[in-house]
Each structure stands twice: as structure tokens, then as C-alpha cells.
Design a protein around this ligand. Sequence first.
Ligand SMILES: Nc1ncnc2c1ncn2[C@@H]1O[C@H](COP(=O)(O)OP(=O)(O)OP(=O)(O)O)[C@@H](O)[C@H]1O
Length: 262
Amino acid sequence: MASPIIKIDAISKSFGALKVLDDLSMQVMPGEKLALIGPSGSGKTTILRILMTLERIDGGHIEIDGEQLYHMQKNGGELVPADERHLARMRRKIGMVFQLFNLFPHKSVLDNVTLAPMLTQKMPREAAEKRAMELLDMVGMADKAKNMPSQLSGGQKQRVAIARALALSPRIMLFDEVTSALDPELVEEVLNVMRRLAEETDMTMLLVTHEMGFAHDFADRVLFFDRGRIVEEGAPDDIFRNPKQERTQSFLRKIIAAGHRV
Ligand SMILES: Nc1ncnc2c1ncn2[C@@H]1O[C@H](COP(=O)(O)OP(=O)(O)OP(=O)(O)O)[C@@H](O)[C@H]1O
């Protein structure tokens, strides 16, 4: 049997006095499509940011692809993370797409996608552009390669952001509420790209979302978070149609009452 590509073991994370993740453990198998759902502030985004090394953990262990993400070492009385070179290498296994696109505003669409491979993989410009055009084609943005981000709609920016995250050929993709900043009519074009990625690639995908209908269709497994803990997990039909925990039930009731599809 395959080993997990992500192993999170008893991690904790606080911001000041606020405990955001509390003794959290979870595992993700290669190729698995996972949806992380739960109330605002339950720690979903923080998990993705920790995997991307944008936040440090206070304690616990994370293994990615069989390797420790953070070597937590004692330095005096303090735990210090691994050096930047190790983190940069680990980060290349993972692509992340953010709620607010985070495109480089002064670079063209094409340059946004070629930058990371040219800088971090020393890929020659010609090869990087060829690869970028393939990715832009896949997200339906090849005809906008010469445009600047300011000339794009939110949905188009987000599709470029997905192409950019794919440019380093990550084995794991993290999507953090990638449609929540979009006008409703632009949501579907971004979800379609993600659907295609889920169907046509064997990438491991973790999705934090408030789009419960999409999470239901997309995920192999759904994790319900509350206050920094996994309260319930299971197949989408089990979580959405037959949740066992009271907290999951009341969360879904509120979502349905607000008029959303689950
Ligand atoms: N850098 C930070 N400094 C201080 N507090 C933070 C920081 N990042 C997150 N938090 C707090 O940690 C808690 C968990 O945040 P997180 O973004 O992980 O929740 P979430 O489940 O993704 O919520 P949402 O669905 O609203 O994005 C929140 O209360 C948030 O305000």
C-alpha cells in the first residue's frame, strides 16, 4: 500500500494567545482530493499556509513525500525550523493558489508563469515560455499571455494564478478559497479548471472552500474543522448527507439556510 504524501502529526499553532490548531493530525494519500470545510476561523487556511511554509508550527511534525518539512531543533530553549534552503526545496513540491490571486502586477501574464521556473529551476526562457503557454492554454488563457494582470477579470486572474502555481510541476496543489473573491458569474470558470485538474492529473489536491456543492463533487474525502480540530471526516456523501456530529450538522444547516447547495 502507498504511503501518505502528507503526514501531519500532532501539530499546534497559536497566534499570540489564540490557539488556532490544537494537536492536529491528518494524512493525505498521493492523488487524493481533499476538501477542508468548517466555520470561519477554524484554522483551515492556517494549515495550508503551514504546508507552504508561510507560517511556522509551534510543535508537532509534518512529513511531505517522506521528508520532514520542519526539522524542529532545540536552539537554547527554543525550537527552530530547518534552514531556508531545505524549506525552498520542500516548497517546490507544493503549489498554492490564494483567495486574492497574488499575481505580480507589473509582469505580463506570460512572465507571471515563467518567473518561478526561470528563477528557481534555472529553466531557459524558451523552455519556460513553451511550458507556460501549455499551462495557459490548459486554463483557457493563452490568448491573454501578453496582457497585464490589471487588464483581466478576477476569474481570469485566478486562472493565471493556477497556471503559475502549476509551472513548477508540483505534486501537491493547495487551493485557499480561490473563488470567494470572485463575482458569482466568474466562479464557474475557475471551478471548471479545478475540475479538469482533478480529473486529468494525479496531483494531490487540498481545497479550502465555502463552496459546499463543489466540495461535494470534487473531493474524495471531506474534513470538517472546528476550533483547530478535525471534528468529523469521511466521504462527501457521508459528511454532506449524513453528518454524525452535532457541530457538522449545525454548520451545514446554516449553509443550507443561507441558500447554498451542499
Ligand atoms: N497572522 C495571523 N496573526 C494573528 N491571527 C491570525 C493570523 N492568521 C490567522 N489568524 C487567526 O487565526 C484563526 C484561524 O484563521 P484561519 O484563516 O486559519 O481560519 P479559516 O478556518 O481559514 O477561516 P476562514 O474560512 O474565515 O478563512 C482566525 O481567528 C484568524 O483571525
